[in-house]
Structure formats: structure tokens, C-alpha cells
Design a protein around this ligand. Structure first.
Ligand SMILES: [Ca+2]
Ligand SMILES: [Ca+2]
Length: 312
């Protein structure tokens, strides 16, 4: 089957789903508020270990289903071994389904899944040089799209009318290939927003309000890039550690970012001031955020577990 046809269908589905969601925002927000009011204060750290995770790279809260999705590379980040999988974990830390989406099962191709993003009922997942799409509720494959010249697609973020994807631009030994880039998938196809060594191996990405924040693996400097201008943008925060991976924005303008170098998750205020909020967590990869419970969701890449920490 022609992957492009599959992708077109996905794009249409995603667009329709997004349009359908537009009017519900207020209701969802109100419902979230009600739930939050009756929920006990969340002070417990939950560690999900020995659950069967294999090189977990990313955790994403599907707020509609209220589950945490965990992408598992299962092997080396660039190996086309067909064995990647995505787990569903309940907020209490119990595993709902370890291999909810599994390479080789039900016609699914999945090698080394990394970043994830939801747009309506479509789950997008990066996989080396492709972005794959699945149905949020059923996990059914909805198609894929390859990115020409991509080396190491990593994180994803959605905006109103587009999907943004980082290519860390490194090889299997994490040496830069010169292909570091940020791509935009829109109605008109794939465009390059930014490219080059100045991006310092872009890893995590968060998009909101006409701009994106990018956490590079090759430095400790978080960059802000204007969506309309593109380019390498400006440094908005210099952290005590580098090898940055996941980044999530909070409602107050602050953001959280993880550093492999210092085994720490930082909270960075809008003025760029960084504070360590979770320490001694080795290889903290693409963190997620449960906004309702105010928890950061940390995949511990090298140790096959997920840690869930409350954030004040
Ligand atoms: Ca794999
Ligand atoms: Ca990542």
C-alpha cells in the first residue's frame, strides 16, 4: 500500500478530529477542574519497575483516556529490528497493557519508537526516519510517512495546523551527521523550519502560542524559535547540565526539562531561572506531564522503568 495515501487519510482524520475537539475545550477544562477538586493531594512517588519496559524513551499522558503511554525502543535507537512497542499504564502505576501497540503484531511496523504526540484521536510516533500514526483508542495503525534524509527523528509536538518533528541528526554512536533539523508537517507537506549544527542535536520540543521550545542533546541551552520565522532562535535558559531530552510546558509559562548529564529534571521559570525538582534519576529521557495531577512522568531509559513524581 502506498504510504502517502495512508498519510493523507491520517492527515484528514487528524484535521477532522481537531475540528471536532475545538468546541469541547471549555467542557473538558471544566470537567478537569471538577475532578481535580475531588482528587486527594498527590504526594507519592510511583516507580513502575520490573514491568517489562525495554528502553523506554517517552511517556505521554492521554488525558482523554487517562492513561500514560510509554514508547519502548527495545534495542538500539537506530536498529530496524521491528520489535518496538507502546505500553498503556494506569495513573496508579499498574500496567494496563504492556504491548498495546507492538511491532510485528496486527500488521504494525515499529522499530524504535521515541517521541509521541496526540492530535484528536490520532497518536503520532517517531520511528527513526518515519512518523507513524495510530488510533488513540484502538491502537490501530493509520499509516506512516517517511522523512527524506532523516537520521534520528526524536520528538514531536502538535500545533493547530501542523506537526513539528526534531531530527537529532546523530548516528548510532551519537556522533553528529550534519543533518540536525526541525521539520514541520502541514497541509502542504513537509517543510524544514530549521537546520544545522547551531541546533546542537535537537531533542525535545514543545510548541505553544506561535513559538517552540527546543531542548538539545548537544548542549544545556534551551532555545525558543518563532514558528513563523524559523531558524535557530534564541537561547532562553542555560541549565546546569546538558544532554537535554524531554521538555514540557506548564500553564504558568514555566517548563520542565530533563538532563542526562546531571540525572535531573529541572523546572525553569519564565525568566529562565532553573531549579532541580527531581534528582538522581539516571538517563531521564522524554518526560511527560499529567496536568490534572501535576506529575512529571519520567522514562528511565537505561534502567527500563518509569518514575512518576508529583510537582508542587
Ligand atoms: Ca527496537
Ligand atoms: Ca527524546
Amino acid at each position: 500500500m502506498d504510504a502517502r495515501n495512508g498519510w493523507s487519510r491520517v492527515g484528514m482524520l487528524a484535521t477532522l478530529a481537531l475540528a471536532a475537539c475545538g468546541g469541547d475545550t471549555g467542557e473538558n477544562a471544566a470537567a478537569g477542574g471538577d475532578d481535580a477538586a475531588t482528587m486527594p493531594a498527590d504526594t507519592q512517588v510511583v516507580v513502575v519497575a520490573d514491568a517489562g519496559f525495554e528502553t523506554p524513551e517517552s511517556v505521554l499522558h492521554d488525558a482523554a483516556a487517562d492513561v500514560y503511554l510509554v514508547s519502548n525502543i527495545n534495542g538500539q535507537p537506530l536498529d530496524r529490528d521491528g520489535n518496538g512497542f507502546i505500553s498503556r499504564v494506569r495513573p496508579d502505576g499498574t500496567v494496563d497493557e504492556l504491548k498495546w501497540i507492538e511491532g510485528g503484531a496486527g500488521g504494525v511496523r515499529l522499530n524504535a519508537p521515541k517521541g509521541m504526540a496526540l492530535k484528536g484521536d490520532t497518536l503520532f510516533v517517531t520511528d527513526i526516519d518515519s512518523v507513524r500514526a495510530f488510533h488513540r483508542e484502538t491502537g490501530r495503525s493509520l499509516g506512516a510517512r517517511g522523512v527524506p534524509d532523516a537520521d534520528f527523528l526524536n520528538d514531536l509536538a502538535v500545533a493547530d495546523d501542523a506537526l513539528y518533528v526534531t531530527d537529532t541528526g546523530v548516528d548510532a554512536s551519537f556522533s553528529p551527521t550534519g543533518n540536525a533539523a526541525i521539520y514541520r508537517f502541514g497541509v502542504g507537506g513537509v517543510e524544514t523550519v530549521a537546520r544545522g549544527d547551531s541546533l546542537a542535536s535537537p531533542n525535545g520540543i514543545a510548541v505553544e502560542g506561535g513559538e517552540m521550545l527546543v531542548a538539545p542533546f548537544g548542549s544545556g541551552e534551551v532555545r525558543r524559535i518563532d514558528l513563523a520565522e524559523g531558524g535557530a532562535g534564541q537561547v532562553v535558559a542555560t541549565l546546569p547540565g546538558g544532554q537535554l531530552d524531554g521538555i514540557v510546558r506548564l500553564a504558568d509559562g514555566a517548563f520542565l526539562v530533563s538532563s542526562w548529564e546531571t540525572s535531573t529534571v529541572y523546572r525553569v521559570a519564565a525568566d529562565g531561572t532553573a531549579e532541580a525538582i527531581v534528582e538522581d534519576v539516571p538517563s531521564p529521557a522524554d518526560i511527560g506531564w499529567d496536568a490534572e495531577r501535576r506529575r512529571v512522568l519520567i522514562p528511565v531509559f537505561m534502567e527500563d522503568r518509569v518514575e512518576i513524581h508529583p510537582v508542587r
